[in-house]
Design a protein around this ligand. Structure first.
Ligand code: UTP
Length: 404
């Protein structure tokens, strides 16, 4: 068995791992062989995703003004869907939050200044508001990773789910993929253990399927899933008006979007690609796309996504057989060096492989772009200071009258 694993490692140009394997005791060799055999090593031949892009067209959003005109009708439809048990929420909390440099799950970060106010707490407070309005609990699925699952669950337990009903909270763990250094070599995280990292936020639905969560979705009759990121402390979850607007539009998905602050803002923009909803990254846009304007003066490619999507479950089921593109992300990844020392890098040093939820948008027949006010709904906590940081998020919380 060891012989075959060594052979595979050599074919894959991972001789250093083969050597490490041979240096272990018999018992640990067996463990490591099992570890290696359970990994998806196909990532080793995955290069930088250089997808051929199709032809882009603008996708116009339902603007604030349009939403406001019909907000009562939308809210009523959304609340009805929630009351009827047709809506579930999915919190993506499996990321490593390496830019924030906080050594715990990001949701455990205390964003408060004069009182304790955790990121998870902000999110639960927001979903509780909807629960109050609808008079019904919204099933909340929380995706964690192998690394942060126990801590996340314990944190929720310790804080009594911040007032949410724990019967309506479902944790599931996403999958891992091996990481590689800048030479494409696998790394060790401990003796006999290959370093892996969570496989990106695009794996959420497949992980829900693998962990049995889709049975819960099926049995409870959930028809829509609202997927959102952990790190936006102003995130509106299961927003009745948004849900109602998507349902009334007859479309199979919806995305909350914010108008770009200026043509050069570095955000992915919701658009049409070969007639299908898609997200074009800022670096993929031509000068003409960046600056082109409509007759009323608004930018043609104006609406940035904020990782808050509504998907129809029957459409998501269709995506289970599709392989999403694999992206490489350059990150700070802890590893064990040749001397057996564990190194915690200060700067990005290695690649993790991820699929992205935005690539699922492309698999939808259509998508309602739903404009929201970034000052009221978008306060991402990505960095310690500067852009999208703890400082900017605190300022926005204060702006919205939230005591911190
Ligand atoms: P980010 O792209 O900001 O990644 O995640 P990250 O790992 O949290 O942070 P950095 O880049 O290392 O600083 C956006 C959202 O997707 C989730 C995150 O938890 C966050 O809600 N995510 C990301 C996952 O759930 N799993 C992943 O593998 C990656």
């Amino acid at each position: 068995m060891k012989h075959k694993t060594t052979k595979i490692l050599n074919i894959l140009h991972q001789e250093h791992i083969a050597e490490h394997l041979t240096s272990l005791s018999e018992e640990h060799q067996l463990e490591m062989v099992n570890n290696i055999n359970s990994l998806d090593l196909s990532v080793l031949s995955a290069g930088e995703t250089s997808e051929e892009r199709g032809s882009f067209d603008p996708l116009f959003a339902k603007t604030f003004k349009q939403i406001e005109e019909d907000s009562e009708k939308y809210t009523e439809a959304g609340l009805k869907a929630i009351k009827d048990g047709k809506v579930g929420a999915v919190l993506l909390a499996g990321g490593q939050g390496s830019r924030l440099g906080f050594d715990h799950p990001k949701g455990m970060f205390n964003i408060g200044e004069n009182r304790e106010l955790y990121i998870f707490e902000c999110l639960i407070n927001n979903i509780l508001e909807v629960k109050e309005k609808a008079g019904a609990w919204i099933p909340l699925f929380i995706m964690t990773s192998v690394d942060n699952n126990t801590e996340t669950r314990e944190f929720f337990e310790q804080h009594d789910y911040f007032g949410y009903n724990s019967d309506n909270v479902w944790f599931f763990v996403q999958e891992q993929l091996p990481t590689v250094d800048t030479n494409g070599k696998l790394m060790l995280s401990a003796p006999g253990k290959i370093s892996t990292a969570p496989n990106g936020n695009g794996g959420w639905y497949a992980s829900m399927a693998k962990t049995g969560m889709l049975k819960v979705v099926e049995e409870t009759g959930i028809e829509w899933l609202n997927v959102f990121a952990v790190d936006n402390v102003l995130q509106r979850i299961a927003d009745p008006c948004f849900i109602g607007a998507v349902i009334k539009s007859g479309k199979v998905s919806g995305a909350k979007v914010v108008a770009k602050a200026d043509p050069d803002e570095k955000v992915g923009v919701l658009c049409l690609e070969d007639g299908k909803p898609s997200i074009v990254e800022y670096y993929e846009m031509t000068e003409e796309m960046r600056t082109s304007r409509e007759a009323d003066g608004t930018l043609s490619y104006n609406y940035g996504v904020i990782l808050n999507y509504l998907f129809r479950v029957d459409q998501l089921n269709k995506t289970l057989t599709v392989k999403l593109p694999l992206h490489r992300a350059f990150k700070k990844i802890k590893y064990m060096n040749e001397n057996g020392e564990i190194i915690t890098p200060d700067e990005p040093n290695a690649y993790k492989f991820e699929t992205l939820v935005l690539d699922m948008v492309k698999l939808q027949d259509d998508c309602l772009a739903y404009e929201v006010d970034r000052k009221k709904e978008f306060a991402p906590v990505k960095n310690k200071t500067g852009v999208d940081s703890v400082d900017t998020a605190r300022e926005l919380l204060r702006f919205n009258g939230i005591e911190i």
